[in-house]
Design a protein around this ligand. Structure first.
Ligand code: T4K
Length: 372
């Protein structure tokens, strides 16, 4: 095969961007006004539009989701121990450690791949102050059971909702659940501002405190009320977000079609299981994780390599488990015996490419590679 007819590499995700021409007027406005950041007009408008789009009342924009999680924990004054999942991106547990909080890992449900509510109570100690579950792959956690446990023990719930933009349950956006939820607008997410994120807050008072914290703690020109951080979103990112909102539904429809094709194509492949949805009424089709079981002719890593050899950059989200990284593996809760479901899933998972510009022929090639 020559360089010219070699197929283009395929990635696990690719951002869907608006046309550059459509972005130029936004840039011109920024250049003309010279307001670049610190709550400028695009920032304010983007917060407003997001509230409308998501059906929520209070949003604080952030430079990224990780700093949003760190700030959410600060805002609720979480200390001691927080129960969380090992089956996530490292930012989940890192946000705890950045606050001097000890993560306590609890196993996942092997079907939903989210924190298993049945295992939470056994991990609660007098030091536990909160639960940080993840809506993994955008599939909602069992929010009702988690809320009931939190209420019984007087715990806060902060959702790492990095994957869950646009996801809805029967009562609307999943981002409304918990005391706070943090969502990501990173380049790899279904909705992107290049880098970015937001906290969804229950009330204006909490949002105000979060706004102080993300602006160094300033509550006025000469008043600093907390040792805050710089977590602000710039005008550039906010303008991009405004423009991106316009294309979100169309992009989701393309993802839905790919999701449907994968599910149909893999339905009868022995040893391959598609992760199931968990009760959302509207999905965002953010990821397409499959589990490669012992009945499949190749190991997960052999299939991963086969894809790589064909220029297809699938990813093993989330392997290794967070609890296997050096800064966490000494914790008693990190022991693989405490996390049997997460340990098994991390060995089997492979996230297939899914993004709006992924072509029909490319999806078929991916399916062929799994089936051949
Ligand atoms: N909580 C959870 C549960 C998360 O998954 C994440 C982030 C966070 C919190 C923190 O959110 P942020 O603070 O980032 O807002 C990626 C992302 O960097 C990370 O944001 C994401 N989760 C995680 C699941 O995936 P990598 O190291 O896999 O990214 P990378 O650079 O290898 O990109 C993957 C593929 O995406 C590339 O092969 C090609 C494509 N890509 C990537 C970038 C950055 C593009 O096409 N364009 C791009 O600009 O972590």
């Amino acid at each position: 095969m020559t360089e010219t007819n070699r197929p283009q590499p395929i990635y696990v995700t690719r951002p869907e961007l608006p046309s550059l021409d459509d972005f130029i007027p936004y840039l011109r406005q920024i250049w003309d006004s010279k307001v670049l950041t610190n709550g400028g007009p695009f920032h304010e408008e983007f917060e407003q539009r997001l509230c409308e789009r998501l059906g929520v009342h209070h949003i604080a924009l952030f430079a990224n989701c990780t700093i949003g999680l760190v700030t959410a924990l600060q805002a609720l004054r979480i200390t001691g121990e927080v129960i969380t999942t090992p089956y996530s991106f490292v930012a989940t547990a890192h946000s705890l450690v950045w606050n001097g909080i000890k993560p306590v890992f609890v196993d996942i449900d092997p079907l939903t791949l989210n924190l298993d509510p049945a295992k939470i109570e056994a991990a609660i100690t007098p030091q536990t102050t909160a639960i940080m579950p993840v809506h993994c792959y955008g599939h909602p956690c069992d929010v009702e059971r988690i809320r009931a446990i939190a209420d019984t023990y007087g715990l806060k719930v902060i959702y790492d909702a990095a994957h869950a933009f646009g996801v809805e349950c029967a009562d609307g956006s999943v981002l409304k659940h918990g005391d706070l939820s943090a969502v990501s607008f990173h380049a790899t997410k279904v909705f992107t501002t290049f880098e970015g994120g937001a906290i969804i807050c229950p009330d204006e008072k909490t949002r105000q405190r979060i706004n102080y914290l993300k602006n160094f703690g300033f509550a006025g020109e000469t008043t600093v009320v907390a040792p805050g951080i710089n977590g602000k979103m710039s005008e550039f990112n906010a303008a991009l977000g405004l423009l991106q909102l316009k294309g979100f539904d169309e992009a989701t429809a393309k993802r839905r079609a790919i999701d449907g094709r994968y599910r149909a194509g893999l339905a009868h492949v022995r040893g391959v299981t598609c992760a199931r949805e968990t009760g959302e009424t509207v999905s965002n089709y953010a990821y397409f994780p499959i589990l490669v079981g012992p009945d499949y002719p190749l190991s997960r890593d052999a299939l991963y390599q086969k894809f790589r050899d064909h220029g297809i950059h699938v990813r093993r989200y989330f392997y290794p488990l967070i609890s296997d990284f050096p800064m966490y593996r000494g914790l008693p809760s990190a022991a693989p015996t405490n996390l049997p479901a997460a340990s098994r899933v991390a060995q089997q998972v492979l996230c297939l490419p899914i993004y709006p510009s992924l072509e029909h022929g490319q999806v078929e090639r991916i399916l062929e590679l799994i089936c051949s």
